[in-house]
Design a protein around this ligand. Structure first.
Ligand code: SAM
Length: 440
């Protein structure tokens, strides 16, 4: 059974726990904070965007998208709106500067990868490439047909209502008329998708009973009538209808996450829709093993977020071989960012040819995470002699996956055998020795 449990992390954002993997997806320290502090801030986007308008990011292990979303949120708040006079004054509005030719255009491409499709459905506010379709469409009531529908006199549908106030009763009757072929009879079987959405919103707001009406349900689910209805409205109807009855764990989770996103990220989502006019924004989510996804990818990335489960659980994304592959997909001035402090991970980065450093977390006041790059000048906090020493102990023995297709179990077994057969010093003896040397 697919089971995930949401929990509040310390910053109030939601994290997920998987009983099957016996692992958390997000740090209890704060899912949102972690995304910001371990992935986004160390990438120094302000510095990057001061010299660049194009960016490519690879988000390995997208999950429910905290890292990509936080990056985008940061971009909107601190780059786009900060440097320009574009201020979103209302979610449905944006200042006229949007047409200002002097506003620079940004080109943002995020390739996200995760093996779990269901998780991506739990990210309801994600800005996807599809939203581009919406960019020039306004949802409003000016559509003549919806006007006609909402304002029709019940007794004489052709006559327009003087009073445009919609009563619950008139809406219900009009809705039934619509569903049962009012528009079909008028040779107008389909409304535009936008109108459908407005129509549904009105029903949800004013006449929930319609959703449970057996005749309507019958008509919506009958194949015979299928061609007359817009698929979007049928799907939305079914979703709304089912939501009333089916509180499956996944549905609850969905709603829960939806609320959390609403609090934390939906503003940026709304802004993002506007921003699509200014930027060429593209989120390309691949549901695939990251190893094959990267092998089949020709992009060179400015930033790679590596947010896989720990090496002990998911070593396939922490191997020397995978890092060698990432090397070919990282720009010469690019950065790989990860939360891991593991000596085996750092050693694998070093062996793959990267310069390796630590990520300093200012709010926690300590080093949390690792950064890898081809350009040594980009390293702000070098590994210390102690860190480098640790990579030469048994703890630093790297994971291997020569053909980039081994199972995690096989990689773990091979690694265990390497450790058992190794003559290297154990990490515990190394740590004791280092403490004695430093009198700690
Ligand atoms: C720690 S969670 C990532 C959390 C995520 N960054 C977020 O913001 O929600 C690890 C993710 O790795 C994914 N995963 C596990 N093995 C993978 C693989 N071989 N390739 C790609 N994704 C994988 C899991 O489905 C899970 O979503």
């Amino acid at each position: 059974m697919y089971e995930l449990h949401p929990y509040f992390t310390n910053d109030g954002s939601v994290g997920l726990f998987s009983p099957a993997d016996d692992d958390i997806y997000h740090s209890t320290y704060g899912a949102l904070t972690e995304a910001l502090e371990k992935f986004v801030l160390p990438a120094e986007p302000e510095k990057y965007f001061s010299a660049n308008r194009n960016i490519k990011i690879l988000d390995i292990c997208f999950g429910i998208g905290y890292n990509s979303k936080t990056f985008f949120d940061f971009f909107l708040k601190n780059i786009l709106y900060k440097n320009n006079t574009i201020v979103p004054i209302h979610t449905d509005n944006i200042s006229t500067d949007i047409n200002n030719k002097n506003v620079p255009k940004y080109n943002i491409y995020i390739r996200a990868v995760d093996t779990d499709k269901t998780l991506s459905f739990l990210a309801p506010f994600m800005v996807t490439g599809n939203t581009k379709k919406l960019k020039n469409k306004k949802l409003n009531f000016s559509d003549e047909r919806i006007e006609k529908f909402l304002c029709a006199d019940e007794n004489n549908p052709k006559k327009k209502r003087e009073n445009k106030n919609i009563t619950r009763q008139s809406l219900r009757t009009n809705c039934s008329n619509y569903i049962s072929g009012f528009f079909i009879k008028n040779n107008n079987p389909k409304l535009s998708s936008e109108t459908n959405i407005i129509f549904l919103q009105e029903i949800i707001k004013n006449a929930q009973e319609v959703l449970t009406d057996p005749t309507i349900n019958h008509l919506l689910s009958e194949k015979t009538y299928k061609e007359f209805f817009d698929r979007t409205i049928v799907d939305l109807f079914n979703f709304e209808r089912n939501k009333r009855y089916k509180y499956t764990p996944l549905r609850r989770l969905d709603t829960f996450l939806h609320n959390i996103y609403y609090n934390h990220l939906s503003n940026s989502y709304k802004k993002a829709l506007k921003v699509l006019k200014l930027c060429d924004f593209n989120l390309d989510l691949k549901i695939e093993d990251a190893r094959s996804a990267v092998q089949n990818d020709n992009n060179l990335y400015n930033f790679i977020f590596l947010d896989a489960f720990t090496p002990a659980k998911c070593p396939c994304l922490w191997t020397l071989d995978f890092f060698r592959l990432l090397y070919h997909h990282l720009d010469d001035n690019g950065l790989i960012l990860t939360y891991s402090n593991s000596a085996a991970v750092r050693h694998a980065f070093l062996q793959a040819g990267f310069n390796v450093g630590k990520i300093y977390n200012t709010s926690a006041g300590k080093f949390m995470g690792t950064v890898a790059t081809k350009n040594s000048t980009l390293i702000k906090n070098n590994l210390t002699e102690y860190d480098l020493g640790l990579t030469k102990t048994k703890a630093g023995i790297v994971y291997r996956d020569k053909y980039l297709n081994a199972t995690n179990e096989a990689i773990i077994n091979a690694h265990r055998i390497s450790v058992e057969n190794s003559d290297l010093e154990s990490s515990s003896s190394y740590i004791k020795r280092a403490r004695r040397k430093n009198n700690v």
